[in-house]
Design a protein around this ligand. Structure first.
Ligand SMILES: [Zn+2]
Length: 255
């Protein structure tokens, strides 16, 4: 699934529609209720909201959440702000359009070959934790509140109720950068290690955001696939599952 950084890129691109009135909406019925979404025709796009990995268009009376699944891409006025996702095809086909929202000046499409995209009216985001970008100043407090959790550090960081926006690749990159082993119980972290973790979350999010997405880290998709020696110390990188997610780490410098 696109992670928070990709959601931020999509949300930013979608602001092109702000100020414009929806003239038509076409939706794949397997991804949303097209009759329900027809209520958006005639409404003006007021704003674009993003919290964590979630993105919604804010219209006059309703909000429309765009959920991209693992392979969905946003295309604004026939331009894709992100070319190929890690697991997605680099090309698009018209029959993969799951949503087409047209305004007086342009269109927004969500193209998804696997049909996992979903479009929801007036979503409830109340269970989401702090946003990984805009609430970065709260990370110390948020991590302190998790200090008794016995779950793996990685599982806690992936928990969208704690910090919204961190996905599998970003979390691996953060833990690699912070030198923390992903399977360690969160409760085993010292105060200093929790501080270190929040510092590295902010730094990694900023760095990869500037580079263009969560695939641009040291543990890039290529490194994740080929497992070369750790670029820090030359030890072999390891691949394990944590919370059902493929996890790459260095058993030498991540403790
Ligand atoms: Zn290493």
């Amino acid at each position: 699934m696109p992670e928070g950084l990709e959601a931020a890129i999509y949300a930013d691109a979608a602001t092109e529609l702000v100020g414009h009135v929806v003239s038509s909406i076409e939706v794949d019925d397997r991804c949303a209720d097209s009759k329900e979404l027809a209520i958006l025709v005639g409404q003006r796009v007021q704003n674009v909201r993003r919290h964590g990995k979630r993105v919604a268009l804010v219209l006059d009376d309703d909000q429309l959440e765009l959920f991209f699944g693992m392979t969905g891409r946003v295309i604004i006025n026939d331009v894709a702000p992100i070319g190929a996702l890690e697991y997605g095809p680099s090309s698009e086909r018209p029959e993969w359009d799951r949503l087409k929202l047209t305004t007086d000046v342009g269109s927004l499409r969500v193209n998804d070959p696997r049909r996992w995209a979903r479009f929801t009216l007036n979503p409830d985001w109340s269970t989401l934790g702090v946003d990984f970008i805009s609430d970065a100043h709260q990370l110390d407090d948020v991590l302190d509140r998790q200090q008794r959790r016995t779950a793996a550090v990685k599982s806690v960081l992936l928990d969208q109720r704690v910090i919204a926006g961190l996905g599998n690749m970003l979390v691996d990159e953060v833990l690699f950068s912070a030198g923390i082993e992903p399977c360690r119980a969160f409760a085993s972290l010292s105060v200093d290690e929790r501080r270190q973790l929040s510092t590295h979350i902010s730094a990694v999010v900023t760095r990869l955001g500037e580079r263009g997405g969560s695939h641009t880290g040291v543990l890039s998709p290529e490194v994740r696939g080929s497992l070369p020696a750790c670029p820090v110390d030359g030890a072999p990188l390891s691949r394990v599952k944590v919370s059902g997610r493929t996890t790459i780490f260095c058993s030498l410098h991540q403790r």
